[in-house]
Write a protein that binds this ligand. Structure first.
Ligand code: CA
Length: 225
């Protein structure tokens, strides 16, 4: 299991590196955004721990560039409390999870484990909901024959809905299934993901396939214009 830590605070980077190595991971460290991007593009990491405020290229840019290049490695973003950046924005650029500094090391490890687990979860079948194809083996999605690029976590949310197509899935069920039990953040995070999914799987195709059922949850349907 190889992890990449992109963090410019040298002491924090070093303590993360040592801690993660002690847990049995192999760890590379980059101290600025452009080096981080280069590492993440060039190597096969199982997860990236990415600070947002970085010299040369910030974490948003790194994450966005990775996703644009089709790199789906799970990304855990580190944000500063009361920082100028918004966690939701980080998720919109394709991060899978975030942790606010200062964080507990135990929580960080739990989040990393959750990311890695989801990266390697069991792979049942090909799910089809209308024109939408959700390939759980390849963790790929397409509408008709057009591939749709999703982050690891966006995919997990979509797969969660697709496994129960045409049924209402509550926000809490999505949280339980996609986020780790250790997740203690805002449950409205689900909404952020639903919005991002709509922008990827619906809007470009002029379709509405994720319905909001007020007060209950979301329902993935065949889709209609
Ligand atoms: Ca920083």
């Amino acid at each position: 299991m190889r992890l990449l830590v992109v963090e410019d605070e040298r002491e924090l980077a070093e303590s993360l590196r040592r801690g993660l190595i002690a847990e049995g991971y192999s760890v590379d460290v980059a101290h600025d955004g452009s080096a981080g991007l280069e590492y993440a593009m060039g190597d096969d990491y199982q997860a990236v721990i990415l600070d947002l405020m970085l010299p040369r290229m910030n974490g948003f840019q790194v994450c966005a560039r990775l996703r644009e290049s089709g790199v789906g490695t799970p990304v855990l973003v580190l944000t500063a409390k009361d920082g100028e950046y918004d966690e939701a924005e980080a998720l919109d650029t394709g991060a899978d999870d975030y942790l606010t500094k200062p964080f507990s090391y135990v929580v960080l490890l739990a989040r990393v484990r959750a990311l890695l687990r989801r990266g390697g979860e069991p792979r049942p079948a090909l799910l089809k909901v209308g024109e939408l194809v959700v390939d759980q083996t390849q963790r790929r999605c397409s509408r008709g024959t057009t591939p749709v690029a999703l982050t690891a976590k966006q995919f997990s949310v979509l797969a969660c809905l697709a496994r129960r197509a045409n049924a209402v899935v509550s926000k809490l069920d999505i949280l339980d299934e996609v986020w780790d039990a250790a997740y203690d953040g805002d449950p409205n995070i689900v909404e952020v993901y639903i919005r991002a999914l709509r922008r990827s799987i619906d809007v470009p195709f002029g379709v509405r396939s994720i319905e909001t059922v007020r007060g209950e949850g979301y329902r993935l349907v065949g889709g209609h214009a």
